[in-house]
Design a binder for this molecule. Structure first.
Ligand code: ARG
Length: 400
């Protein structure tokens, strides 16, 4: 029985997604498989990947450059929301999924496919992000996930591939599972599965070990316009260039390593290593600039929104009505978040050491302890009387 006629498959060039091509055709009766490899800055050579899909049985092999859209429409909105899952992970992998889903849906429309497919297994978050994003963008499309059903181990998958003539993996197989894009690297498996084990240095690729970082600090300035980073050290940069350059500058100082045990949506705890140099510094700097330009109540209220927002992105609800409403709130708050933050990079730390803005709400005249002080000290007395009145009334009732 055929599950679909024509399928657009999200393709990475790896073992699983390569085996998906013959599997879909031979086991699930799919007539035609079109592959789509999204370039989100993972640095892979895309031409060999494009050819490998054809050699594995794809009728059409698409490569789509999504880098600019990725940073502009996915990373920057999340940055404006200071999105950190469980207060730590800036969602570098999670943010890529709704964009890839959108590309699949668009390609399906263009090629008249009746289904899309991905190579996710049944244990992770990514399957949820793909399935729900695709449903949100085109609820009529079928979603096939062969690796969720085929029940093959990694060895069996490779053996199946060899049997049907899939070129064996180009890269030496690593004990780790790595996801890489412009925003960072996510690494799991291998000896990382024991949360007590310190990661070996071989796990890292974008950040230097503290032992190897420069012995003198480096200062940088990041300029934001309405919550969006636009320049480093007074040089205006495109979104992609800004991320690429910042990853290098900051990664050299060993900044942006995260070692955490997180809660997946499917209920499993997993130990994950992240390298997110640019994004982690951008969130710190952005938050710092907000402290200067947002009123206290907006800032405090926004923290709750940020937590909900982060959970929704992690849990695959990028294209959902609540997420759209939160985006509108966040966007509104960014109207005056323009200015520059000065950052000291040193030995694994990014320290915010200065901030300025044409929209600053900070008033030296009010804050100063010097003679210029404009704050009406006497007004405090009446304020405190009223502020403390309910407590005074309560205490009189309890204590007499
Ligand atoms: N835990 C992260 C997330 O759910 C990353 C998942 C992909 N990681 C990996 N090593 N393949 O967004």
């Amino acid at each position: 029985m055929s599950r679909a006629k024509k399928v657009v498959l999200a393709y990475s060039g790896g073992v699983d997604t390569s085996v998906c091509i013959p599997y879909l055709k031979q086991e699930w009766g799919v007539e035609e498989v079109i592959t789509l490899a999204a370039d989100l800055g993972q640095g892979d050579e895309l031409e060999p990947i494009r050819k490998k899909a054809l050699a594995s049985g794809a009728s059409v092999s698409l490569v789509v450059d999504g880098r600019e859209e990725f940073v502009r429409d996915y990373a920057f909105p999340a940055l404006m929301a200071n999105a950190l899952y469980e207060n730590r992970y800036p969602l570098s992998t999670s943010l890529a999924r709704p964009l890839i889903a959108k590309m699949l849906v668009e390609a399906a429309a263009e090629y008249g496919a009746d289904a899309v497919a991905h190579g996710c297994t049944g244990k992770g978050n990514d399957q949820v992000r793909f399935d729900v994003s695709i449903a949100a963008l085109n609820p009529q499309l079928k979603v096939l996930a062969p690796a969720r059903e085929w029940g093959m181990s990694r060895e069996e998958t490779i053996a199946y591939g060899e049997k049907v003539g899939i070129p064996s993996p180009v890269k030496k197989s690593s004990p780790y599972s790595v996801d890489l894009n412009l925003l960072g690297r996510s690494v799991e498996a291998g000896n990382l599965e024991d949360p007590w084990q310190e990661p070996l240095e071989e796990v890292y690729a974008l950040t230097a070990a503290i032992e190897n970082t420069p012995d003198t600090p480096e200062y940088i300035e990041i300029e934001f316009v309405k919550g969006i980073p636009v320049a480093i050290n007074n040089v205006q940069l495109s979104p992609v260039d800004l991320i690429v350059q910042l990853n290098q500058t900051v990664g050299r100082h060993g900044i942006g390593r995260i070692d955490m045990v997180e809660n997946r949506l499917v209920g499993i705890k997993s130990r994950e290593i992240y390298e997110v140099p640019a994004l982690s510094v951008l969130i710190q700097a952005h938050r710092d600039l907000e402290s200067l330009t947002l009123t206290g109540d907006v800032s405090q209220y926004k923290r709750n929104i940020e937590e909900t927002y982060s959970k929704m992105v992690y849990n695959g609800l990028w294209y959902s009505p609540l997420k759209a409403a939160l985006d509108a709130f966040v966007c509104q708050t960014q109207e005056r978040v323009s200015g520059t933050v000065r950052i000291k990079l040193f030995k694994g730390n990014a320290i915010m050491v200065g901030r300025k803005s044409p929209n600053s709400l900070y008033s030296m005249d009010l804050a100063t302890y010097g003679a210029e002080d404009q704050f009406d000290h006497k007004a405090a007395e009446g304020f405190i009387y009223v502020w403390g009145l309910p407590t005074r009334v309560w205490s009189t009732s309890v204590r007499g």
